[in-house]
Design a protein around this ligand. Structure first.
Ligand code: SAM
Length: 289
């Protein structure tokens, strides 16, 4: 709130009390009755729905014709729009329940591979179900600690860390997130995020792209984590190609060291709270400590 100032802080609080938009992302190959619905401007397969139907009663939902995914988090499709993704190896390190995994699978195509890892076994089962339903056959689900995955040193072209976070961006959609929030939890999350990011980095090939995202607004878990990471990665990062954003979208663009950053506030965008950042790994190594 202090980061926004009183007026914008008030606008954010008001938006958090309002209704959350409903959106889906269409399967690349299956027909869907919502293909003609209003498009999400930063996500070619994204559609806003005018109502929230009972998805579990819809056979097309169970057939994987679409994935129910909130609009802001679909922005990663735009971050990857200028990247050659088809045929690449992608690591989705914190993958359950699979919203972003199914997006990466759609982009990677039949010659690509997505390793969707989830540390929590129960959540991994849900992830595996969603991957099966999406049905593209280019996803391997694994259940590992990030440090175990890190043995695949330099193996991936794109590594995505959609980190566990304090969930401020979910205050509207998931009211329990408000009860679970505390300053101490923000600090605990930041420590965990830093650890995950370091392990993720090891798996990225030189020249590859790192995506970091959270569904929280605060500096500590976003720019703060990236700032510490950049010190640790000393000289191994470089800016990715500029990712252009239409000002009409309401996304707040910024930078933290070599990272381009994108922040989604519910009072500015039609979507939930979200933070995303992208950086490239230098082709020639730095002096990581
Ligand atoms: N990417 C998912 C999607 O789009 O559907 C959402 C991921 S959720 C924000 C973060 C995930 O990180 C959770 O599934 C959680 O179980 C997992 N997680 C929690 N602690 C972790 C840790 N120490 N290392 C790796 N993943 C962790």
């Amino acid at each position: 709130m202090a980061e926004l100032g009183p007026e914008e802080g008030r606008a954010l609080c008001e938006a958090l009390e309002g209704p959350a938009p409903t959106s889906v992302r269409l399967h690349p190959q299956r027909p869907c009755r919502w293909s003609g619905a209003e498009a999400i401007p930063w996500s070619p397969a994204g559609r806003y729905l005018t109502e929230r139907p009972s998805f579990t009663l819809d056979p097309a939902f169970h057939a994987g014709a679409y994935y129910v995914q909130e609009a802001s988090s679909q922005f990663l499709a735009h971050v990857l729009a200028g990247e050659e993704v088809a045929g690449k190896r992608i690591l989705d390190l914190c993958a359950a329940p699979g919203g972003k995994t199914t997006l990466y699978a759609s982009l990677a195509g039949s010659d690509g591979l997505v390793v969707a890892n989830e540390v929590n076994r129960q959540r991994a089962a849900v992830l595996a179900d969603n991957v099966r339903k999406w049905g593209l056959g280019n996803v391997a689900v694994t259940v590992n600690e990030p440090a175990q995955i890190a043995v695949l040193e330099g193996w991936f072209d794109i590594v995505a860390v959609d980190a566990p976070c304090s969930g401020e961006g979910m205050f509207r959609k998931t009211p329990e997130a408000r009860d679970e929030w505390s300053e101490n939890n923000v600090k605990i999350c930041a420590v965990r995020q830093a650890e995950i990011l370091r392990e993720a980095w090891k798996t990225l090939r030189p020249g590859g792209l790192l995506l970091y995202s959270t569904c929280t607004f605060n500096f500590t878990e976003n720019e703060g984590v990236l700032r510490d990471f950049s010190v640790w990665a000393a000289g191994e990062t470089e800016p990715a190609e500029r990712i252009a954003v239409d000002p009409a979208w309401g996304v707040v663009c910024g930078a933290e060291g070599d990272f381009q950053t994108f922040r989604f506030y519910p009072h500015k965008v039609e979507g939930e709270g979200f933070f995303a950042a992208a950086v490239r790994k230098r082709a020639a190594g730095g002096e990581r400590r």
